[in-house]
Every structure is written in structure tokens, then in C-alpha cells.
Design a protein around this ligand. Sequence first.
Ligand code: UDX
Length: 435
Amino acid sequence: MRIAMIGTGYVGLVSGTCFSEFGIHVTCVDKDARKIELLGENVMPIFEPGLDDMVAANVDSGRLSFTTDLKSAVKDADAVFIAVGTPSRRGDGHADLSYVYAAAEEIADAMDGYTVVVTKSTVPVGTGDEVERIIRARRPDAEFDVVSNPEFLREGSAINDFMRPDRVVIGTESAKAQRVMKQLYRVLFLIETPIVFTSRRTSELIKYAGNTFLATKITFINEIADLCEKVGADVHDVAKGIGLDGRIGKKFLHPGPGYGGSCFPKDTLALVKTARDFDAPLKIIETVVAVNDERKKQMAGRVIAACGGSVKGKSVAVLGLTFKPNTDDMRDSPAIDIVATLLDAGAVIKAFDPEGMKEAAKLLPPAVQYCDNAYATMAGAECLVIVTEWNEFRALDLDKVKSLLKSPAIVDLRNVYAPDEMKELGFAYTSIGRP
Ligand code: UDX
């Protein structure tokens, strides 16, 4: 089997590499010549644990290659995956499908013989129909099927999520296309991964319904955390107590500063827009979007309170900038709102993130001072804020932290420390949803 993967972003690069690990010949295609050149030298465009080694091994085996030449990659392929970006469209929040449709046109012009065209990017319901229409209009006689095959991998654990997924969703009613997809995922069939075969539109909706459900779960526990603070309860015990009910499940009940990243904010918004277009508003998801946006803005208030009501002229140490650990991705990270609000309120911000500072510098105001390590942020700071739970921030030398801070105030937005221990050590410690 031979496939072409169009787009070498997170989803395209990880999926392409993992398919080659499954024994399939994969050509990854991107318009960005520099990116392709660097990939040829085993320089990854993203930080994803284990990816560089897996790419190197599969390139060596001859199964994985990178090119800007879409035409030749598609010509020889049994299946062509569209894994280009679908960012939020400026102004209206709909998914921007221009890259998907442009790829469909190029694929149409290059296809040779029966080809399965697979949308792997997260795309609104009906996109597969439009991709089919575009290809059919350019190639009336071509033999092809358009399949929806959403990807559920998480950044930071992308390889494991792809190689051992909870399920694979395949949206097509064509038996021929189903056979090709089964062959591509043969390795997962062998380890008895559940495969959901369904219609193309249903498959497209599954991806959005999944992400919006998870975003709702996080937002739910965040609100319960706020209530815990008022009534003197512990949100972790609440999460455990409800999560042990199999109908609820214990995952995605960790409270924090609000969800961010490349998927949840964009996908919740896009689904809300789609539902409105179809006159079936999703009131729960609309509320989730509003509550999460508000939450990210409110987090700075906790820091201001910890600094005695004002941060004007005071130094604040920020640990962690990315939307979660083990990634360099800053998209929609809560740090963006927190840092901007604190700067507006007159704070001096010193920040450190193990992988995210290059991306952060593109998104955060230029006044942010970036430091070489966690401790360098703290010298003379009024308050230390943990925004992202990188492992190295879970194991700080707390005596050293105390000696470096001007006043020993810590705002822990990820609950990585225990309130009792922090109190014993003499910190003024604020966390989320705990007495
Ligand atoms: C998510 C989905 O999990 C994945 O299936 C989909 O394909 C893409 O979007 P990702 O964005 O990589 O993956 O990150 P994820 O680990 O899901 O975290 C998203 C956000 O939710 C982060 O900001 C994280 O900090 C937050 N989160 C997650 C919580 O605040 N609490 C939790 O319990 C879980």
C-alpha cells in the first residue's frame, strides 16, 4: 500500500510517520519547501516526544519520504490523506476550509487510477460532500471515493494515541473504500481496536461531538472547582467521587485555568456556528465557550489578589506558557490572557517554559522577559504562578523558591502541590478548588 499525506502539521506528520511504522509507504507533502528540507535532515517542525526517532527509522527503511511535489506523490497513491489546517476563520469563527478545498483541486488534477481521498483534518459536516463535488467537477471520469477518517491524537502523546487509539472512525458507504481503509489500519485490527464504520457526515460530526464533549467535561469540573472554593470542599475528591461512576469516567476532570490548544477552542466554536446555521443551536456548547473564555481572563485576578490587590510595579514569575506540557504549542493557551492582563495591570513579567518560549515570543506582548530556567524567573518576585504543569515544575526545590521570592506567594493554577505541605513550608498558597 502507498499513501500520500498532504500537510505536515501535527496531524499529518504524526499520522504519516505512524502509517509508515505500520509498514505502509508514505509520502508526506507540504508546500513549505524549507519545512520539507529540514524534515529531510530530521529536524522536526514541532516538538513531539519520540517523533524524530520514529521519522529517522522509517526514512532509513525507505518507507517514509518528504516532498513538495504533490503531483508525483498523489499519482502513485492508493489513498491520499488531506491533513491541512482548518483554523478558525477571522471574523465569524467558522472553520476556514480554503486549504482543504485547494488540496482537493490539486489532488483531482494528479490522481491516477482508483484513489481513496481521506479527510483527516477536522472538518465540518458536509465538507466531504464538497471535496467530492470539487474532484468530480475537475475529473468527471475519475474513479475515487471520499472518506472521513478523523484523528483523535493529543499533542504530547501523539504517537501513542495514534498507535494505540481507543477507536478508529471511518466514514464511507463505499465497500471498495472500506476495504482500502481496513488494509491501511490492518495493524490496529490485529490488536482488536474498535473500528466504527459509519456514514461520512456522521463521522465528521463524531469528531466535533467528541471534542466538544471533552471541553464540556473540563468546563464542568472548573465550575465545580469554583464552587468548592466557596463551600470549603475539595474538587479532586469530588472528581474522584463522581469519576468512579463508570457512566462519568475519571478522565478529563482535572481543574485548571481553562482549556486551550489547537483543537478545543476552534472546534467548540465551529460546531456552535454549524449548529446555528442549521437552526439547531447548541446552548450547552455555547455556554461552555463563553465560560471558558471568561475563565481564562479571570485567572489573572487570582494573581492580583495574591499580590495584595495590585501588581502595579511588582514582579510576577510565570512558570509554563504552552497550553499544556510536552508541547511547544501556544495556540489559545491560558497564558496569553493571564500575561496580557497582568501586564495591563502594571506587572513586570518574567517567564520560563521548557519548550514554548520561541512560540510565546510571537504571541505574547514584547514586554515579557524570558528566563533560562524556573529559578531565574523568581528572584525578587512578588508571586510565582504555575500556568502549565511541566514535570520539572512539580519538583521545584521549595526552600530555594522561598528564599528567591520577595514574598512567598504561589498561585498554582494546575494543582501540582499539596495545600497542607505548602502551608507548612510557610507559603501563601492559592490553588484551584481546594480549601
Ligand atoms: C485534544 C483532544 O484530546 C484530541 O482528542 C483531539 O484530537 C485534539 O484536541 P490536545 O489539544 O492535544 O487534544 O490536548 P488535551 O490533552 O486534550 O488538552 C486540551 C486542553 O484541556 C489543555 O489546555 C489541557 O490543559 C486542558 N485539560 C485537559 C484540562 O484543563 N483538564 C483536563 O482534565 C484535561
